[in-house]
Structures are given as structure tokens and as C-alpha cells.
Design a protein. Structure first.
Length: 203
């Protein structure tokens, strides 16, 4: 339900994984293959010499320092800023208001229902169920409006379909109380000591 850029994350993880795989494979090859180790010992000095000539050829006027170092520092700073923006883009979509509608019947005005109202109501009702270990309810912005995400951790031995059915009934009762049907994602998750698998239900 959040706005995490999953496609971008998969691309970055794929590229990073391939780079790490290539570096790791190269290190393993150098440590296990005598031919590869001999090739690296013969090639490394020439690479170092070429890098030294490149630095000398890119020296700033009147200085011995290459302009590649400030460029590298600038690229590092830009990369750090991009990483900050990338981190900030994760998990967006959480909102504080579930309903915000304009009513022109009688006295015109805007009706707003805080997301804390259904969150606290569902959490309190579900925690009374002896089969429920913990509950987390949050409000999210969707393309079609707003919706709720209910994450339930059942107790060991509880029937997942019964817990999900009870949660669905509570959501129906909440819709009746609010006079508005909301999109709700009900997720059953395993606890640390109870591996239940995972079941999602959207209504």
C-alpha cells in the first residue's frame, strides 16, 4: 500500500548484486587459480603506472594535484545526496486522515475523520481476541483514496482463517459506524516463535 519505488529498488539491487558477484568471483579466482594470480602480478604494476601517468596528465595548472580528485569528491557528494533522496522515497504514503469530504447539505463544510479513530478502534477490538498476539493498524493513501492496513500476529495454534474472518467482521462494523466503505488490507504474520506463513486479505 505504500509508494516504495519497487522497480527502482530491484534495478539497484540487481546492479549492486552483479557488481558484488563479479568482484567476489574475481577475488576467488585470484586466490584459487595460480594462472590468474600470476596474470594479476604481471598486470598490476602496469595498471598502477598507467594510473600515475593519468594523474600527472590531468594535473591542474601550477599544481601537482590532479583535477580528478576534486571531481571524485564532487561525485561522492552527489551520490550521497541521491542516496538520501532514495532513502526518503521508501515507504511513502502514510497519512493521518482517513476521510476528508466536503458536505454542502445544510451547513456547508468539510468533514474529516482522523486515521487514529479507526486505528485505535480496530486495535482495541482485535486485541480482545484471545487468538491475537499483537495488532498494528495504519492509514495509507491509495490511488482511489485512502485505506487501512491491519497487521495481525496470531497466537500459536490459532486458526488463521478464523482470525481473518473476525477482523473482516470488525472492519464491516467500522464501515457501518463511519457510513463509508474503506479499502482494508488484512495481513496475518508469523511471530518470532510461531511460524504461520503469511496470509493477505483485501476487502
Amino acid at each position: 500500500m505504500n509508494r516504495t519505488p519497487r522497480t527502482l529498488n530491484r534495478i539497484l539491487l540487481g546492479v549492486g548484486g552483479l557488481l558484488l558477484l563479479a568482484v567476489g568471483s574475481g577475488l576467488v579466482l585470484l586466490s584459487t587459480s595460480a594462472a590468474a594470480a600470476s596474470w594479476w602480478q604481471d598486470t598490476a604494476p602496469s595498471l598502477v603506472a598507467k594510473a600515475g601517468r593519468v594523474l600527472e596528465g590531468t594535473a591542474m595548472p601550477g599544481q601537482s594535484q590532479s583535477w580528478l580528485w576534486p571531481l571524485l569528491a564532487l561525485l561522492t557528494a552527489v551520490t550521497a545526496v541521491l542516496l538520501v533522496f532514495w532513502i526518503a522515497a521508501q515507504g511513502r504514503g502514510r497519512v493521518d486522515t482517513l476521510v476528508s469530504e466536503y458536505d454542502d447539505d445544510g451547513a456547508p463544510g468539510r468533514i474529516a475523520v482522523s486515521g487514529a479513530v479507526p486505528e485505535q478502534a480496530l486495535r482495541a477490538a482485535l486485541q480482545q481476541d484471545p487468538d491475537v498476539m499483537s495488532v498494528a493498524v495504519s492509514t495509507w493513501e491509495l490511488r482511489s483514496g485512502t485505506g487501512l492496513r491491519v497487521r495481525i500476529t496470531p497466537r500459536q495454534g490459532a486458526a488463521p482463517h478464523l482470525v481473518a474472518a473476525d477482523a473482516t467482521n470488525l472492519v464491516d462494523a467500522l464501515d457501518s459506524a463511519l457510513g463509508r466503505s474503506s479499502t482494508v488490507l488484512i495481513t496475518l504474520e508469523a511471530g518470532r516463535r510461531y511460524r504461520l506463513g503469511r496470509e493477505d486479505r483485501v476487502r
